[in-house]
Design a protein around this ligand. Structure first.
Ligand SMILES: [Zn+2]
Length: 750
């Protein structure tokens, strides 16, 4: 009989209970016992919730106190040497994630193309592994004690090794496979011994371009593990198996899970390749987004699988773990009812999986109510005038000039004449400290404790203070400080049509940190100017150039829940047009320098290289739409941070911003080599102050970095600025550091 399955549930809790417990524990307000108890309560609640929703295959070990990749690292005993002296496993686990005074944290990076961050395993030559944690076994027993049989989830050995970073030169982590497999075998053997029928092993690298070594490693790993393990459901997600289809279908496992939300077109190829003895788990409910499924459409897909594999070899599941969805739509009591009827969070997605499964088991009439509600929502979604606005679609469909009026050399001359900036001009990236007072006043305004006029007066005073400080320090291009902004995406989303905000739609970003992405539900337009008031006010206070600050369309898209009823490129183009209007309004208000941030441009890259070019084409075009309409003498900046740019340098150059500021100081300017080798044609501000460290960089330090930059990039192209915005720093640090920065630029000029 076809079964309903889940691959993972959000850990954080409906009211972010996990975040609260973790932060209380880190502060010393609760002890390890209390922290454990809160984890146990969340697990029990979530198992029960999944059972109540009709899920037959319920995962365990999907819970984590910080990150599931870190859990696997701890399970394999792969403790970096700098943490070995910590005897207490809980203390050591969190030290690995967060660092201590003596030992910096392990690196963190994005999990595939999601906004979830995992802790990167560190491996040494001759690395020893041992089974160092019973977490997976304990959670099976814990659920069993509650009367719930679970399918434990493990990060697969080849994915784990592929995501790891070698700490010794020339070490390929994959060569450690034979050292890791005995630990996996021991763990899987234990799970089998306690009566576990099935395990879920995640190998999401199957959605990537794989090397011959990775393919061989996958084959070898499951040859070794299959005989000792419970039946293995091997999962892939976030994309099509593509050229890995034969490989995945042929691995020695009992079942294969595929993502049919991201890649419905792969079903026929998978059905063709799947051996007759294997189970197929079809991921037909979107684990990555917040839209309600069109159940009839998804049922047709499940039926296609059923026709081929039959009822007994089929599982119905979300596309991936629900980790990437908010917990429960029921908590969104303030959302507009129509909009709400189009959404499904993790809890609702489980019901969708159950309804589809029930329809397969007993026929569609058995799940009639769910199908009718889904059809009604799909109909209103297709027709609602709140989503579809002809004038927005028409404007986005029209062709737009992507090029500035003149090439960079001519613009540069016009801008030099207009602004008369010195060599090595100094500026900052935009935001200034969001002090406790700023956050307090914003909260007071939001909760109606102070009126709009009082709040505006407060923001004006903060802005003026920031302007005076920048003047006193002697920066060349000033910013207004962004005290009126909560967040670089939310601030714009709140002022654009087509966006909605949830009260409780939290998704884990890393550890205890959660984000609440805006929802782009309809055609996007800008009813009125968004930032002109604050930029113009700040500009009126000073004779120095004031830089207007905007978030770029790709970053707004990337950090939101995006509609799926039209291509992402089209939604991005609509946002680009809204930002273009804002750019022109800023220009008309006399703001001569405008920065359009695109920190998320790199992370939007598709998982497969063959898809890069298409993405980069529309992403770069969208940036150019925002910037192309201004006069030659208006200077466009952009900012990017914390990414490798080497492989997308031509696209960055094509954006044709007059100035780009980039984070470089943590990589000791290595990134600049890419700009040098490429001969980046426009101006560059390499960050000379790592703003993530709570310290004041000295003049000699910054001078050394800039000298290094000037070795590869002509001095007349260089700007002097910090790595990133300064909202997380405090004022004394900011003032002292900026003083050093300005003094360094003066020394360089001399
Ligand atoms: Zn940045």
């Amino acid at each position: 009989m076809t079964r309903s399955a889940n691959l993972g549930f959000p850990r954080i809790g409906l009211h972010r209970e996990l975040k609260k417990s973790l932060e209380a524990y880190w502060k010393g307000a609760i002890d390890a016992g209390a922290l454990d108890a809160s984890g146990k309560a969340l697990r029990a609640r979530h198992w029960q919730l999944q059972r109540d929703a009709g899920i037959e295959v319920i995962p365990s070990n999907d819970f984590s106190f910080y990150d599931h990749v870190l859990d696997m690292t701890a399970t394999l005993g792969a403790i970096p040497p700098r943490f070995e002296s910590l005897a207490d496993p809980t203390e050591r686990y969190f030290a690995m994630a967060r660092g201590t005074a003596a030992a910096p944290a392990m690196e963190m990076t994005k999990w595939f193309d999601t906004n979830y961050h995992y802790i990167v395993p560190e491996l040494h030559r001759g690395q020893q592994f041992r089974l160092a944690s019973n977490k997976a076994v304990d959670e099976v027993l814990e659920a069993r004690a509650l009367g719930i049989e679970t399918r434990p989830v493990l990060v697969g050995p080849v994915t784990w090794l592929s995501l790891a970073k070698a700490k010794d030169d020339g070490l390929d982590p994959l060569t450690l496979l034979d050292a890791v497999l005995p630990v996996y075998a021991e763990l899987l053997g234990t799970l089998k011994a306690i009566g576990t029928d099935w395990v879920q092993i995640d190998e999401p690298i199957l959605a990537l371009d794989l090397s011959a070594a990775q393919r061989a490693a996958l084959r070898h790993a499951y040859e070794v593990l299959q005989p000792v393990a419970p039946r293995i459901m091997l999962t892939s997600y976030f994309g099509a198996l593509g050229d890995n289809t034969e490989l995945a279908a042929g691995l020695r496992v009992a079942g294969l899970h595929i993502d049919l939300v991201r890649a419905p077109e792969q079903l026929p190829a998978v059905l063709k390749a799947l051996p007759a003895d294997k189970l197929l788990s079809v991921g037909v409910i979107d684990g990555r987004n917040i839209w309600r499924a069109d159940l009839d459409r998804q049922l047709a897909l499940v039926n296609k699988a059923w026709d081929s594999v039959g009822p007994d070899r089929l599982e119905v599941a979300p596309s991936c773990s629900l980790l990437h969805s908010p917990v429960d739509l029921e908590a969104e009591t303030e959302l507009d009812p129509e909009l709400r009827s189009w959404l499904a969070f993790a809890t609702q997605k489980l019901s969708e999986v159950s309804a589809l499964t029930l329809a397969m088991q007993k026929g569609r009439p058995a799940a009639k109510a769910a199908f009718e509600a889904s059809a009604a929502a799909a109909l209103s979604h297709r027709q609602s005038p709140r989503i579809h606005r002809a004038e927005v679609k028409g404007r986005a469909a029209a062709s737009l000039p992507l090029n500035r009026a003149s090439p960079f050399a001519i613009r540069r001359a016009a801008q030099r004449q207009r602004f008369g900036l010195p060599a090595f001009p100094t500026t900052t990236i935009g935001s200034f400290p969001q002090t406790q007072e700023v956050r307090k006043q914003r909260a007071a305004f939001k909760h109606g404790q102070i009126d709009a006029a009082t709040y505006e007066r407060f923001l004006e005073a903060e802005t003026e203070r920031a302007v005076r400080i920048q003047e006193r320090i002697g920066l060349d291009v000033l910013v207004h400080g962004e005290f009126e902004r909560n967040d670089m995406v939310e601030y714009f989303g709140e002022q654009l049509d087509g966006f909605a905000f949830t009260k409780n739609g939290w998704v884990q970003s890393y550890g205890s940190r959660c984000v609440k992405p805006p929802v782009i539900y309809g055609d996007v337009s800008r009813p009125q100017a968004m930032t002109v008031r604050w930029s113009a006010y700040a500009a009126s206070l000073t004779d120095k150039p004031m830089k207007g600050m905007l978030t770029g369309p790709v970053t707004i898209l990337q950090w939101s829940f995006v509609r799926v009823d039209q291509p992402r490129a089209e939604t991005c183009r609509q946002i680009a047009l809204a930002i273009r209007d804002e750019v022109l309004d800023l220009e008309a208000a006399g703001i001569g320098i405008i920065q359009i941030d695109e920190p998320a441009l790199r992370e939007g890259l598709p998982l497969r290289r063959s898809d890069w070019q298409e993405y980069l084409r529309w992403a770069v075009d969208c940036f150019r739409i925002t910037a192309s309409a201004v006069a030659d003498a208006t200077q466009v900046h952009t900012h990017m941070c914390y990414a490798e740019f080497n492989d997308i340098m031509p696209s960055i150059a094509e954006m044709d911003a007059d100035v780009i500021s980039i984070e470089t100081s943590r990589s000791a300017m290595e990134l600049l080599e890419a700009f040098r080798d490429f001969r980046y044609p426009n101006e560059i501000g390499p960050g000379v102050w790592d703003i993530h460290a709570p310290r004041v960089p000295s003049q000699p330090e910054m001078l050394a970095l800039l000298r290094k930059a000037a070795e590869g990039i002509p001095g007349e192209q260089l700007w002097v600025n910090p790595d990133c915005g300064l909202k997380t720093r405090n004022w004394p640090e900011v003032e002292a550091s900026l003083q050093n920065l300005v003094e360094t630029a003066r020394q360089l000029r001399a």
